[in-house]
Design a binder for this molecule. Sequence first.
Ligand SMILES: NC(=O)c1ccc[n+]([C@@H]2O[C@H](COP(=O)([O-])OP(=O)(O)OC[C@H]3O[C@@H](n4cnc5c(N)ncnc54)[C@H](OP(=O)(O)O)[C@@H]3O)[C@@H](O)[C@H]2O)c1
Length: 292
Amino acid sequence: MNKALKIFITGVNGQLGHDCIRVLKEKGYSNFLGTDIDTLDITDEKAVNKMILDYKPNIIFHNAAYTAVDKAENNADLVYKVNSDAPLYIAKAAKEVGAIMFLISTDYVFDGKGSTPFEINSPKNGLSIYGKSKSLGEDNVIKTLDKYFILRISWLFGINGNNFVKTMINLAKSGKKELNIVDDQIGSPTYSYDLAKKMVEMMETNKYGIYHVTNDGFTSWADFASKIFSECNLDIKVNKVSTNDYLKMNPNQARRPLNSRLSKESLIKNGFSLLPTWQDALKRYIHQELKQ
Ligand SMILES: NC(=O)c1ccc[n+]([C@@H]2O[C@H](COP(=O)([O-])OP(=O)(O)OC[C@H]3O[C@@H](n4cnc5c(N)ncnc54)[C@H](OP(=O)(O)O)[C@@H]3O)[C@@H](O)[C@H]2O)c1
């Protein structure tokens, strides 16, 4: 491992950025610069360019994004600036300094049709403003740089920020006795700590390209919720509902893919190990980090 590498990280106040810093420290890297909107607005091209050209990183972990999927539907201008234009600014600066860029993307670049896992080169067809904007962000990086890692992830949970796991626990603790949870969206939870470890492993290789990086195994939101409640010994009934019925009860939501299964073929082909199962990740998160 080359501990002299300089790493530039965006989104450090978010779930993944926080764990990137944590893993870098754990692995003994000390040359890194973390930013978030309070220190660098990534939609400001001049500021992005200046900070990256001044710092001259070897690696860029670009985690920051507009991540509020439902709110994004009514804020398209800002969402495209953050999720599509900013990756282009960062990629251009990365090219100037010769840095390797990681862009974190999403299962929402796909339309979720069918039931087989999406491959890295499956046609993209995002259903939401968020999904389309992230897809354009990917395209902007690919057309600008050769040395990139685009990691598509899904259903992220980490210690620093809000996520499905925390929401479920809070709802159960607030006294709810039953919840209606969607059962026909199938995908994989991703623990930001496990993902950050994989990013740090990948950054010292030259196996550039697109990867799908989630915890192993597939589940539905309803079964994920049931597992969270059983891990925490919370007594709450999960009513399985279809996406259509859920949308009738909760209108004004962005469309989400039903099939969010992502194939891990590119990890395997390039000799990277798969992440632990989502059940194992959830257990560690709940008992070691949330201390439930
Ligand atoms: N969360 C998921 O389930 C999920 C699923 C698939 C892919 N992803 C992708 O994974 C990555 C990490 O997600 P996450 O959950 O860690 O995100 P997060 O917790 O929402 O953190 C994103 C960070 O980016 C910051 N940010 C937003 N606009 C910015 C701007 N203009 N300039 C600088 N920083 C800005 C946010 O600040 P504010 O909070 O102040 O806005 C926030 O601190 C993102 O690229 C996301 O698209 C996430």
